[in-house]
Design a protein around this ligand. Structure first.
Ligand SMILES: [Zn+2]
Ligand SMILES: [Zn+2]
Length: 277
């Protein structure tokens, strides 16, 4: 490992509580990302054999090492919304202009082939068993492990009761369960209003759509005061749902919130392509 590259577990966290990733610049940052990626390959290849859902090669589950190499190369991302960045900066233009309720945001992959297809299958065709592999992919993305280690609470983005009945499981809960079973709490952040599928709406409508959709369970609200929270979802499209949920948690007193998503849409989708929440 080159000098200046943080070893796994020795990343810097600044005193303001931000993930320190954006402070690792230039070559060191790139090498840190490559180190995390090599760790990912090691973990993926340690999985039990089954057929790759992308190229149908044996053995792996559900995605083989060759497909991870091909499709999951880590990219520098905005530290508050996880959009990929071309320039060596740490925030995108939108986040520089807007005050985000998320203090940090990380994503493993782009919401694009093959992950878009796999995540639809995961969510709508009842493959909760894939959560383990997706969580492995996410854990190996830069700054996910430090975020989980420092967190007091890991909260999945909740589904409405109706959607949970239809689907039978909450994909965000399954991911969160594999990310941190000991810090997982699925009973603090609630979805109090069912909303039309985000798929059918434009960006402005999406923002209105999720307003007042979330609430904090009053009994557990004291747990949030000053807490470091990780908010987990499978896909982040416009970010409207996650920003709305994070705002509610901040209002309840959460001290620091990191969003963690398996896949981030780039550019944020408006009308098509992305499944609703
Ligand atoms: Zn494959
Ligand atoms: Zn951003």
């Amino acid at each position: 490992m080159a000098p200046g590259v943080p070893a796994r577990g020795s990343y810097r966290i600044d005193r303001g509580g931000q993930l320190g990733g954006h402070r690792i610049v230039g070559v060191a940052r790139r090498e840190y990302i490559e180190t995390m990626f090599r760790a990912l390959l090691h973990r993926i290849s340690a999985h039990l054999p089954s057929q790759c859902a992308v190229c149908h090669a044996w053995p792996t589950q559900p995605v083989c090492e060759a497909c991870v190499v091909r499709f999951a190369q880590p990219r520098p991302r905005c530290r508050t919304c996880a959009l990929p960045l071309a320039a060596p900066v740490d925030q995108c233009g939108d986040c520089l202009l807007a005050q985000r309720p998320l203090d940090a945001c990380v994503a493993a992959v782009g919401y694009e082939y093959p992950w878009s297809r796999l995540l639809v299958e995961f969510k709508f065709h009842a493959r909760p068993g894939w959560a383990d592999s997706f969580a492995t992919l996410l854990r190996s993305a830069p700054w996910v492990e430090p975020g989980l280690e420092r967190a007091n609470l890991v909260l999945p983005m909740p589904l409405s009761a109706r959607r949970l009945r239809e689907r039978g499981f909450n994909q965000a809960l399954e991911l969160a369960r594999h990310l941190s079973p000991t810090k997982l709490r699925a009973d603090i952040l609630l979805r109090i209003r069912d909303t039309p599928a985000q798929t059918t709406l434009g960006r402005a409508q999406r923002l209105r759509n999720v307003h007042h959709a979330f609430a904090v369970e009053p009994r557990y609200a004291p747990l949030l005061v000053g807490a470091r929270v990780v908010l987990v979802d499978d896909v982040m499209t416009s970010g409207a749902s996650m920003f709305s949920a994070a705002s509610i948690l901040k209002e309840a007193g959460a001290g620091h919130i990191t969003g963690m998503v398996m896949a981030r849409a780039d550019p944020p989708m408006t009308h098509d392509g992305a499944p609703g929440q």
